[in-house]
Unconditional design. Sequence first.
Length: 423
Amino acid sequence: MTAPAGSPRPLLLATLGCRLNAYESEAMAEMAAAAGLDGAVIVNTCAVTAEAVRKARQEIRRLARENPGAPIIVTGCAAQTEPETFAAMPEVARVVGNHEKMQPATWAGLAAPDYGTERVMVDDIMSVRETAGHLIDGFGRHRAYVQVQNGCDHRCTFCIIPYGRGNSRSVPAGVVVDQIRRLRDRGFNEVVLTGVDLTSWGADLPGAPRLGNLVRRILRMVPDLPRLRISSIDSIEADAELMEAIATEPRLMPHLHLSLQHGDDLILKRMKRRHLRDDAIGFCEQARQLRPDIVFGADIIAGFPTETEAMFQNALALVRDCGLSFLHVFPFSARKGTPAARMPQVRGEVIRERAARLRAAGDAALRAHLDAQVGRVHRVLTEGPRLGRTPQFTEIAFARDMPEGTLLTVSAQGHDGARLIAA
């Protein structure tokens, strides 16, 4: 699998999909480099929709054209759920599963000149029980993302991800705290906790601690960490200690991305979600009472099977009723093997039209949020010479270069519909 002698080609890694994939790509890059796997192309795929799998295949073909002769190793969720799809592609040299990709021995074997001819290295992800042993000291130039959980025990009818990630596994709190201490020692001013189903953290650990306990422990044990974020959560699983942290911990950033998926009770039941419409609205109201400056993003699916116009209107109204500021819209895409794929489907043109209406509502909600921030002073983490983010994760543009990775106090003088503009 190594490159020909004298080849100047470096290891190339392409990442598709979520932040967790990006985190794991950093770990893979470290392991592959340590093994001496030069000249290969690693594609870390996403399987969240059928479109994501199509894009993965498209990306593999593009990389093969641009890197002739380089062995292409395909891994990630799509490789885990559809190994035969990628093994059948002539461009692909190896298919590696989600568990195998995080093992140093996998990359050492692939780098060995006498490695065998087995093309598919994908085992049963549901049999994996151990917690992540591949922690790296964060990734990102300015904020560090720390994986504290992997997998999911829920079985939403539209979702293939549990079959790509396996059952829920948690990283022990002590390991997480030690890692965040190292990140702070390296100068990171913000840490983001990530996982597939973050609010399930701790259920498999002794004593079954909850996410709120982890958040409070991090803030207590790393007192010089300026900012801590939590990424996408399932609001129905938010525990009392997490809500207390939202109310009392100023270093916990006032931004939550919620896995809502829809705003109609019957659709939520058909999705096999664990909340109803009023639960979502009630959570946002409670969190806003506890932390008036908090803002919410959310995932919403347009065109789920059996969705009528009236049901869609309930989803659309959720933007207003929950007071959402950031919207991530997914046009429904049937995933083979999921119960939703066997339900009566909404026509493609209707799905696209409804997704467009949801995105328009999201754009209007973002503009309203930006309007409310103009004239205010914000503590901003710089992400680039001319870009930063407020505690609410709102982008803010600078008129001149700023030092990267630092915390600055700036005033917002306006916005362009997508981001704030600093004075």
